[in-house]
Design a protein around this ligand. Structure first.
Ligand code: GCB
Length: 595
């Protein structure tokens, strides 16, 4: 799905700002047709934001169900005769969009965009009432999955098997845009190179293409100079003296796809892209044929007050900290991040492992989150409905992000149960789906510590091995010598079993900034540093280990629980982005490794 843009034939209006906001406590909003009139509420909400932490009201924060957003929007007067679309970059986890009284779009899945054509419901120069009913429930039919339990006094409580807080709302921008009837609807670009010549295979899907219209493409270099042209909606073009997209040097070309009819330009869409190749070869991960070693983090979209809202200012700050510390990559743990983040990574040469929201498909975690462990695969938990949502999550992620040169691996799940009967039947078709949708990128999932190389039954289905390990934290806590032995044994075990490149996708220790100790005391800044140094010693001894992503970039909000004090503190930066001691040590190691 193409991100909307301004072009000579398209216009784009941002619809963020203050919306009227109403919590649907009694679940009557749809039935009472709240969309049909001005919302009866005194509350306002800023979009984008997570709604949870904005109001000094526990009832709002804990609400499970629908949240209603409403504002008036004016259609630009010049849009008569154009196709008009409303586009939400995300609605977490579900959204119904009403234009005046018409339901124009519904979408499940909290981290991917959706849109609807609304020209039949609005008029150029006139306003309309935009109402969005967002639902934050997680069930067996959603990704991530969850369950809703009733308390003895009748409240509904959301339960789930993942660590980060279930922030919800309109986390990303809302747009209104115009496009011509004959328009470029999708583009797929696949690149390669031989010697100094780049090859760009492209396919454009064009809606309402008439017999007299023709599709052509132009390739422009970073300075805007024309370097290649092609005819037809599908084809291959060559770029002489190609400049490759490289980690640390995100050189981008632009593919301008144009539709002409009778000599006139009918539509134009400009897609930035990079020329680069990705390959797994033996135990190596190759970018442009060169071995690549990942340094960086598992991250979160998480900030004080606004929760999971995208903000360009905070994004710039986070990327600048990544650069400062010598990170060349990150994983979008545990859901697709805002498209602005992906574009920024493209432009700045940061490598991305792009993950679906499939987190918490693991009944063993029930013990950690306050219950008794349960099995995972079956009607009671991860079932056919979960699988259907999971397929949609993979499909929508790849559709959105397939053209980003920064994306080098699709991660289709984080820490699912991979040892139980049922795991292989569940994951084999999903791994295949990702490969079918994108044959050009390696596919992986992230393996949990309980399902080590002796127990795991699915990792051979994937191209890379991604592991989350907490030896020295959840196990061997405070005993780094024992942890070191277990870690090394396991990495060598995986290497011998599968002989594929391995990335440590998470390793880290909760750390209270300002707590110091001379001893190996968990939670101290010294312990975090020694913990990471121990992992690095082991990594440097294992040939197949091709990447290290510390958990986490920054402290982040979690659900309540006895394991967390004001959130997860495994950040190398605090939640307000101040460095802990370990940040300086990582900087020294990664700067040396990457030079
Ligand atoms: C994990 C999860 C991550 C948690 C982390 C932790 O394995 O993938 O979501 O936040 O452990 O700190 O427990």
């Amino acid at each position: 799905m193409l991100k909307p843009q301004n072009s000579p034939t398209r216009e784009l209006v941002n619809v963020d700002g203050l919306f009227a906001f109403k919590v649907d406590y009694d679940r009557t909003g749809a039935q009472e047709r709240w969309f049909a009139a001005e919302l009866d509420t005194a509350l306002e909400i800023g979009v984008p934001s997570s709604f949870n932490d904005l109001f000094a009201d526990q009832g709002i924060r804990d609400h499970v169900g629908y949240l209603w957003y409403q504002r008036e929007v004016r259609v630009p007067r010049g849009w008569a005769g154009e196709r008009i679309f409303i586009r939400l970059d995300s609605a977490t986890h579900y959204g119904d969009v009403y234009v005046n009284e018409a339901l124009v779009a519904s979408h499940q899945g909290g981290y991917t965009p959706f849109e609807a054509e609304i020209a039949g419901h609005v008029a150029a120069g006139k306003t309309f009432r935009l109402t969005i009913a967002v639902n934050n429930e997680l069930t067996q039919a959603t990704i991530p999955p969850g369950s809703i339990e009733a308390t003895s006094d009748g409240r509904r409580q959301q339960k789930y098997m993942h660590d980060f807080y279930n922030y919800a709302g309109l986390h990303r921008s809302v747009w209104l845009y115009s496009a011509p009837a004959t328009r470029v609807e999708d583009i797929t670009v696949v690149t390669g190179f031989e010697g100094g010549t780049g090859r760009v295979d492209y396919t454009a899907a064009v809606a309402n293409l008439s017999a007299t219209a023709a599709v052509s493409v132009q390739v422009l270099d970073a300075a805007g100079a024309l370097v290649a042209t092609g005819d037809g909606a599908e084809g291959a073009v060559a770029i002489n003296d190609v400049v490759l997209w490289q980690p640390g040097a995100g050189y981008l070309y632009t593919l301008a796809v144009q539709v002409h009819d009778g000599g006139a330009l009918v539509d134009e869409y400009r897609l930035p892209f990079g020329v680069r190749t990705i390959e797994v070869s033996g135990k190596q991960f190759l970018i442009n044929g060169e071995p690549f070693y990942f340094t960086g983090f598992g991250m979160h979209e998480d900030h004080v007050t606004v929760g999971k809202a995208h903000s360009n200012a905070q994004m710039v700050n986070d990327f600048s900290l990544l650069e400062w510390i010598g990170a060349n990559s990150f994983r979008t743990s545990h859901y697709p991040y805002a498209e602005e983040v992906m574009e920024f990574a493209d432009r700045h040469g940061i490598v991305v492992i792009d993950e679906t929201p499939a987190v918490g498909l693991n009944g063993s975690f029930a013990g950690v989150f306050g219950g008794a462990p349960v099995s995972t695969y079956g009607e009671h938990f991860v079932n056919g409905d979960t699988a259907a949502s999971h397929r949609a999550a993979i499909t929508e992620l790849i559709a959105r992000d397939k053209n980003h040169p920064s994306v080098v691996i699709w991660s289709i799940a984080n820490e699912p149960n991979s040892s139980e009967a049922g795991a292989r039947d569940y994951f084999a078709p999903l791994a295949q789906l990702a490969r079918d949708l994108d044959p050009t990128r390696p596919v992986g999932y992230v393996n949990v510590m309980f399902d080590d190389f002796e127990k795991d039954t699915i990792t051979d289905l994937f191209d890379v091995i991604m592991l989350n390990r907490y030896y020295g934290w959840y196990l061997q806590n405070g005993d780094l010598a024992s942890a070191e032995a277990v870690l090394e044994r396991e990495l060598l075990g995986w290497e011998a079993k599968l002989g594929k490149p391995m990335i440590m996708a998470e390793y880290g220790a909760d750390t209270l900034p300002g707590f110091h100790s001379l001893y190996d005391q968990p939670w101290s800044e010294e312990y975090q540093s020694k913990f990471l140094a121990m992992y690095h010693r082991v990594f440097d001894r294992v040939e197949a280990l091709v990447g290290e992503h510390v958990w986490n970039f920054a402290d982040f909000a979690t659900s309540n629980g006895i394991m967390r004090v004001d959130g997860n503190k495994k950040g190398v930066f605090t939640r307000d982005r101040r460095p802990k001691a370990a940040a300086h040590e990582l900087r020294a190691r990664w700067t040396a490794l990457n030079n």
